[in-house]
Design a protein around this ligand. Structure first.
Ligand SMILES: Cc1cc2nc3c(=O)[nH]c(=O)nc-3n(C[C@H](O)[C@H](O)[C@H](O)COP(=O)(O)O)c2cc1C
Length: 197
């Protein structure tokens, strides 16, 4: 018995080849995060979407940062950060934090975001965000043009109306929805949640 089903021309999807430079966008969307760092008393915030959980025990995440980001060396030297997850109202400030550099601007002052003391790390929270993952760097890999910071999550907090074991994504309140980076200036909101049968 053959399991091979021959697809006739014109049947099924029409698939265009995606340029390799855009292949990573097929793995979108990921929640857009604001990464806060503190080094020698200076606080900086950068937007980051290349973040992925990679271990449950210990709880580890991988974050890809370009070495040109001001945050990169602050993170390398301080060894700590907070991944803050903004909700829909913070889209504009989040985009600013992803297009301006802390080398030139005080992005906290510019965006008027509020800092709140971290609970287990020196890096601060962005108070207006929906959730916060406090991280300690355990390894740095350089497999390509971004550095992969492997971080242990040492504490996590989330707004209870937005998250209860999973993102709740209430459709009647966009304030409680994180936004997902599709690429460039494009973002998406979680439309609805589904339960597997
Ligand atoms: C939506 C969005 C997502 C981004 N994701 C990343 C990322 O995953 N890694 C990265 O190195 N830069 C990412 N960037 C770019 C940095 O945020 C940008 O280079 C920023 O200016 C760095 O700030 P800094 O120089 O203050 O560290 C992203 C930008 C945007 C707008």
């Amino acid at each position: 018995m053959s399991y091979l089903r021959v697809i006739e021309p014109g049947e099924g999807y029409v698939k265009q080849e995606v340029p390799l430079s855009q292949a990573h966008r097929l793995l979108s969307a990921r929640p857009t995060c604001l990464l806060t760092v503190r080094y020698k008393g200076r606080v900086n915030v950068m937007t980051i979407a290349w973040v992925c959980p990679i271990s449950l025990e210990p709880p580890l995440v991988a974050m890809a940062l370009h070495p040109a980001a001001y945050t990169h060396d602050m993170l390398k030297k301080s060894g700590e950060a907070v991944l803050n997850i903004p909700g829909r109202p913070l889209l504009e400030q989040t985009y600013q934090c992803g297009t301006l550099s802390g080398a030139d601007e005080d992005k906290i002052a510019l965006t008027k975001l509020s800092l709140e003391a971290g609970r287990r790390v020196e890096a601060p929270w962005i108070a207006e965000c929906l959730a916060h993952l406090e991280c300690g760097i355990v390894d740095i890999l350089t497999p390509g043009d971004h550095s992969l910071f492997i971080a242990e999550v040492v504490g996590a907090w989330a707004e209870e109306e937005a998250f209860a074991e999973v993102w709740l994504a209430p459709q009647d309140n966009e304030e409680l929805l994180p936004f997902y980076h599709l690429g460039g200036k494009q973002f998406g909101l979680l439309g609805r949640t589904l339960s597997a049968p």
